[in-house]
Design a protein around this ligand. Structure first.
Ligand code: HAM
Length: 413
């Protein structure tokens, strides 16, 4: 279906690897998994991402009424729902920082293109309760280490800051003043952004827009002292930890809840939608969702994009191994015998079988196509002696084995 992504069985190994790496890398840093619903009351998003120009202007949220007439929204991202759960379960009373990760689908009614889906998946990570730059560096390092664990090296972090709220307001006012005289020369999206959130104009892909922006100050040029000091702290820590990054003077994120640190990780060779992951600090967001004032920082990576990047880098795991044993019935009676034996052996082994009578050659071909290690054949001759003819598919070696000894023979090799 347009804008969605089917995970076929062949891709399962790659998904498992990603989930497993997330659990291991983040788990070792004390980040624990939280599962929240795919929909929330619409207020949750209105109070968090609701202001965001992109989501509103482009009507990107899937919103509907349930049968009781309440407005619900499919999550366009995880942060709002995770923070709603943090507040609802009083998690601010736990030792801080509280570190939470999630993996699952998110929904945005976007214009579909390569790497941009309407239902996509994210690995999301939030660290709540600590305001200092060390936590920002930890969040970025965890993302970096996870991508490295998946075999993606040589990625550069783009690190910037959108400043404190007063810096943002001042910068937005500056940009509005500077661009309004040229409003008619801007692209349509940028004109909308100029009205709702001028900073977002910086993210325009339009060449004309970029020419107008070229000589203007960027957010990083106009940071207040506190935000500047914070950014320096993050940068110093990343340097000390050997994580390379580029300072990105004009980094602006599509969501508006960020304060101070904002970052993205891009990959080459996966097309225009090159952002693998992005995130930043969002002090103030927990409070706007009805919780106590709580600083926080987090990120999300796009699973489909990361898998694409792994494919480009040749680090996708091969598909999963086939059965240990494939049973080939050579006469009608053996079909039922194969099915019954498979059931028993499955307590120890991965066993598949043919569902129709097969001549030996065809049966072995079936076993080979299934990716089996061993095949066992049964016909009249084997039945009389209570055995199966066991054949190792790669080595060609063949032996007769008592039915009761089959599992042991396969397990041995
Ligand atoms: P985001 O930058 O909107 O941030 O999304 C993070 C990542 O999700 C993107 O870098 C991209 O890889 C992937 N992504 C986003 N939209 C799509 C799409 N339509 N199709 C495919 N992949 C997509 C957030 O969502 C923030 N909640 C991150 C965060 C967590 N900030 C703080 N905590």
């Amino acid at each position: 279906m347009k804008g969605t992504y089917d995970v076929l069985p062949e891709r399962r190994a790659a998904w498992l690897r990603l989930r497993d790496a997330t659990d291991r890398v983040l788990g070792r840093a004390g980040v624990r998994e939280i599962v929240t619903p795919v929909f929330e009351h619409s207020e949750v998003f209105d109070k968090s991402v609701g202001e965001s120009a992109d989501l509103v202007v482009q009507k990107e949220m899937y919103r509907f009424e349930d049968r009781g007439g309440r407005s619900l929204t499919l999550r366009p991202e995880f942060t709002a729902g995770v923070l709603r759960a943090y507040v609802e379960h009083g998690m601010h009373t736990r030792p801080s920082p509280v570190k939470l990760w999630s993996l699952g689908p998110a929904f945005r009614a976007e214009n579909v293109q390569r790497g941009r889906f309407r239902q996509f998946h994210q690995v999301n990570c939030e660290i709540l309760g600590r305001p200092g730059p060390l936590v920002d560096a930890e969040a970025i390092a965890l993302l970096h280490d996870l991508l490295a664990e998946l075999g993606l090296s040589g990625l550069r972090v783009a690190l910037g800051s959108v400043g404190d709220p007063e810096d943002r307001d001042a910068y937005n006012a500056y940009l509005r003043d500077a661009l309004t005289p040229y409003e008619n020369d801007l692209s349509e999206t940028s004109r909308e952004r100029l009205r709702l959130n001028p900073m977002r104009v910086l993210d325009s892909k339009d060449e004309g827009d970029q020419a107008l922006l070229a000589d203007l100050d960027k957010p990083l040029d106009r940071l207040g002292d506190a935000a500047r000091e914070h950014l320096d702290g993050v940068a110093r820590t990343l340097e000390a930890w050997g994580i390379s990054f580029d300072l990105a003077p004009a980094i602006v994120r599509g969501l508006d809840y960020y304060r101070r640190t904002a970052f993205e990780i891009h990959a080459e060779g996966i097309g225009a939608q090159s952002a693998l992951a992005g995130g930043g600090r969002y002090d103030g967001l927990v409070a706007s969702l009805g919780g106590p004032p709580t600083p926080g920082i987090g990120w999300a990576l796009g699973v489909e994009r990361v898998l694409d990047a792994m494919e480009a880098a040749g680090t996708l795991p091969a598909s999963e191994p086939g059965p240990d044993l494939f049973l080939v019935p050579m006469d009608e009676r053996a079909i039922g015998e194969a099915a019954a034996l498979a059931r028993t052996l499955r307590s120890e082994l991965h066993v598949e079988h043919a569902y129709v009578r097969r001549a030996p050659g065809k049966g072995l071909r079936d076993a080979d196509r299934a990716g089996a290690r061993w095949a066992a054949l049964r016909g009249e001759r084997e039945r009389e002696r209570g055995v199966w003819t066991l054949k190792h598919l790669a080595r060609g070696e063949q032996l007769e084995v008592d039915e009761a000894a089959l599992a042991a023979a396969v397990l041995e090799d």
